[in-house]
Each structure stands twice: as structure tokens, then as C-alpha cells.
Design a protein around this ligand. Structure first.
Ligand SMILES: [Zn+2]
Ligand SMILES: [Zn+2]
Length: 452
């Protein structure tokens, strides 16, 4: 094992090194001090050793003859030797103003400045937690790699680690916000290659439940041909459908958070032409929000006011990103209210027989979605809870079905691809005229139902 003194000497032979960079090579020795202090200790210890050697003419002769002991004199600027007068003379000739650390090129002197720049960059963003990252210039990475090749670097910390920790500490002091590794509100990248600061602002996730009283897709329907730019197919609108639950809810939240855009994550979705009165759960993601603390009660009120009769929300609350996965994995049973129109007249008696019907149906992927879904057979449990005749050609049905059931096909049979079906049971062609998702039944507890 090489001693600390030997290691220190070896490093100082490679060129001028600043206190922080020298001390960083010994970061895992002693605690309760920073690397600048460690570097100072090693530097002074090596200087003392050299001064000791100079007191003994025999040893000094040997030291000066030894080629491997070519310590760079710049490393002793500010130190005066008692015995080694020769070094004192050499030190007088050093250009003290232009010393440049061979490892960091003196960037370690700029930690305070970096922290101040970070704080400036973060102005205008509301955040509680942050994380600092760094992109190092190539020459620093390779200088560190080369040094470690020489000396082994077994007690060393990386320069990357020290910069992010030290700047993080300073930003923490300046702002009163906390460093957080797992899910910081904002990640600051000190790009020292290009001398800029990059911000990665984490999304804000807002949970809620919605009802939809007008035909529209849940998510914004961007034109696939032009990717939203605008083309002939979408009549230069960039989207195939003008309206969406996402934008109805997102508009106000974007105004309040000053975010850039939204994404909606629903606990499933209903068809464009199906309505929802059972309060579907969703999480709306606000991209790059400037404000994170918003009055959600006010947001809820405003959304419901502006979208009266179209979209309604409730239970808005800030959640963790994990909530997206949780609601997406929820496979709630659903209660549907369907207005069904029959090809032929159906009498009351026949209809009544349907009430209480339940079965595990087998559904091949519906013809209407075959172009985008793979063809397979699904087994789903359905139950016709109630049937109410409207006139000789129409009835209202309340159907309870497993998550993922294609209700329209359970009704019309999809040309025999869904069996059994209402059409098959009544021996008449029939179609869903209007479909409403009226309730969600979670596995554990029942929520929704037909309350409104
Ligand atoms: Zn340095
Ligand atoms: Zn288009």
C-alpha cells in the first residue's frame, strides 16, 4: 500500500493541482471536512516532508537525483520552506496569477457562481425539491481517468460527484428547497461543455373523476398523417376531432400552472360517441408547470363552469406519478346504460326474459377495431341488470360488464363474432343507439353506481 504522502507526491508530480482536486483523491479518508481541507492537509504534509529531507544533506542529495521525485513547484505557492531555501527561490519565479489545475482547469473555484446561476435559472418556477446533475467537458473526464490510471484512485471521489453535491448544497442554502434524488420537482443540469444550464421540470399530476355529457374523445386526437402540424386529411387543423375531455379539463389547469401541455391518463376510456355519468377516474399530467401550488377547488369550479353540460370533474387532487399506473391497472367492472334499437318489433314478454340474463360471453376483436388491434378471443362476464321498454322498437338496458367488454358488440353480435349477444337472444338485429357509462365497480369497494 502506498502512503498518503507518497500518493500526494505522485499527484503533485503530474502538474499543478488545486486543493479540492487534490483532496478529492483522499475523499474517503477522514470525515467532517471537505475536500479543499483534505487537499490543504496533504499539500502541507508533502511540503513538510520535503523540508524535512532538506535538513539532511545525504537525503537531499538522493532526493534531488531521483528522477521520479519531480514535484511541480507550483504546488507550493504560498508556502515558505525552512530548510529548502532552493525551493523558496524557485517559488518566487512562479506566475501565481495564471496557475491552472491540471484536473479541473480551475472550475472548482466557481462552485458559488454556478449555484447563483442555477438559482437565477430557477426563477419563475415553483418547486419544493430539486436535483443537480452535471455534464463535464471531455478534457476533465479524460484528465480524471488518466489520474486514476496513475494513482489508482482508491480513496477518491469523482469530480462529478463533488460538483453536484457542492452546488446542490449551495442552492439548498440559497433557496431553502431540498435536494431529492428520486422524484425531484426539477432537475438542473450544469452543462459545463457548453456553459449553459438546462432545466428538466417534472410533470405535475392531478387526479380527478370526470363525467362526459357530449360526444368527444377522452384524449386529444392528433392527426396521424401530419402529427398535429396540419394537412389535407385533417383540414389543416392538426387533429381529427376538435374537442376532447383532455383539453376541456387541461385548458384551465394550463392557465393556472402556466404549463406547456397536458397528457391525460384515464382509468380506461369510453368511445367517442359514448357518454359517461359514472365519474371515470383520470390523472391529467401537466408538462413543465411553472406553478405547482394551485387552488384545485377553484380549478374544479372553473372547469365545471366553463364546460357546463359538456364535461364535469370532481375530487381533484395532486398525486404522485405512481397514480397513473395504479388507475391504468384498475380493471373496474362497469355499469352501462344503453338505448337499444331493434330491427323488428319486440314484445314486452320477450324483453322481460332478458332481465337477469348473465353469462360469460366470448368476444372476438370487433370488426370496427380490427385494423388496430390484434384478432383474439376475450371471455367477459356480462349481466343484464334491467330492461325497460321505450316503444315497440326501442328499450333501455342496464348492463353490468367486466372491464374490457365491447358493449356495442354484446348487443349487436358483430356478425356472430360475439356470442351470445342480445341480437342472438332476441333473434333480431339490434344496435346500440346511445351508450352511457353509468358506473364503475372497483374490485374492493363499489364506487360510482348511478349517483350523480
Ligand atoms: Zn482542480
Ligand atoms: Zn393532418
Amino acid at each position: 500500500m502506498v502512503s498518503v504522502l507518497e500518493l500526494g507526491k505522485k499527484i503533485m508530480c503530474m502538474g499543478y493541482i488545486c486543493d479540492r482536486c487534490l483532496g478529492r483523491q483522499f475523499a474517503e479518508l477522514l470525515t467532517g471536512m471537505d475536500n479543499a481541507e483534505r487537499g490543504r492537509i496533504v499539500r502541507l504534509s508533502v511540503a513538510m516532508e520535503i523540508d524535512r529531507i532538506a535538513a539532511d544533506p545525504e537525503e537531499l542529495k538522493k532526493f534531488e537525483e531521483d528522477e521520479s521525485e519531480k514535484i511541480r513547484v507550483e504546488n507550493f505557492v504560498g508556502i515558505t520552506f525552512h530548510n529548502n531555501k532552493h525551493l523558496n527561490i524557485q517559488l518566487k519565479e512562479v506566475d501565481k496569477e495564471n496557475l491552472e489545475c491540471f484536473l479541473c482547469g480551475n472550475i472548482m473555484e466557481r462552485l458559488d457562481e454556478m449555484a447563483r446561476n442555477v438559482v437565477k435559472e430557477l426563477e419563475g418556477y415553483e418547486f419544493e425539491t430539486f436535483l443537480v446533475g452535471v455534464k463535464l467537458p471531455e478534457h476533465i473526464e479524460s484528465a480524471e481517468a488518466k489520474l486514476w490510471e496513475e494513482i489508482g484512485g482508491i480513496y477518491a471521489e469523482s469530480i462529478r460527484n463533488e460538483i453536484t453535491r457542492e452546488v446542490g448544497k449551495r442552492v439548498q442554502q440559497l433557496t431553502g428547497k431540498k435536494v431529492e434524488f428520486k422524484k425531484p420537482d426539477v432537475t438542473v443540469i450544469l452543462n459545463l461543455q457548453r456553459n449553459v444550464i438546462e432545466l428538466i421540470v417534472s410533470s405535475l399530476y392531478i387526479y380527478g373523476r370526470y363525467n362526459k355529457y357530449k360526444e368527444m374523445p377522452q384524449a386529444r386526437w392528433v392527426c396521424r398523417h401530419c402529427n398535429g402540424v396540419g394537412c389535407k386529411r385533417c383540414e389543416w387543423k392538426g387533429r381529427l376531432y376538435d374537442d376532447s375531455v383532455q383539453d376541456r379539463i387541461g385548458e384551465i389547469l394550463l392557465e393556472m400552472t402556466k404549463g406547456v401541455d397536458t397528457k391525460i391518463h384515464g382509468a380506461g376510456r369510453e368511445d367517442i360517441d359514448a357518454l359517461c355519468t359514472g365519474w371515470r377516474e383520470f390523472v391529467i399530467e401537466i408538462l413543465e408547470p411553472r406553478k405547482r401550488k394551485i387552488d384545485l377547488k377553484k380549478a374544479e369550479k372553473e372547469i365545471n363552469k366553463r364546460n357546463k353540460g359538456v364535461v364535469e370533474v370532481k375530487d381533484l387532487k395532486i398525486v404522485d406519478k405512481d397514480m397513473v399506473r395504479i388507475i391504468k391497472e384498475k380493471r373496474s367492472k362497469k355499469i352501462y346504460e344503453a338505448i337499444v334499437r331493434f330491427e323488428k318489433e319486440i314484445d314486452e314478454e320477450e324483453l322481460k326474459k332478458l332481465k337477469g340474463f348473465q353469462a360469460v360471453i366470448s368476444q372476438k376483436t370487433p370488426t370496427r377495431v380490427l385494423h388496430r388491434r390484434s384478432d383474439k378471443v376475450r371471455k367477459r362476464r356480462v349481466k343484464i341488470v334491467d330492461v325497460e321498454r321505450i316503444d315497440e322498437r326501442r328499450a333501455k338496458m342496464i348492463i353490468e360488464a367486466d372491464a374490457g367488454t365491447y358493449i356495442k358488440e354484446f348487443v349487436n353480435g358483430d356478425g356472430g363474432r360475439t356470442r351470445p349477444s342480445v341480437a342472438e337472444l332476441l333473434n333480431s338485429e339490434c344496435e346500440v343507439e346511445k351508450l352511457i357509462v353509468a358506473g364503475f365497480i372497483d374490485n374492493e369497494n363499489s364506487s360510482g353506481g348511478k349517483q350523480k
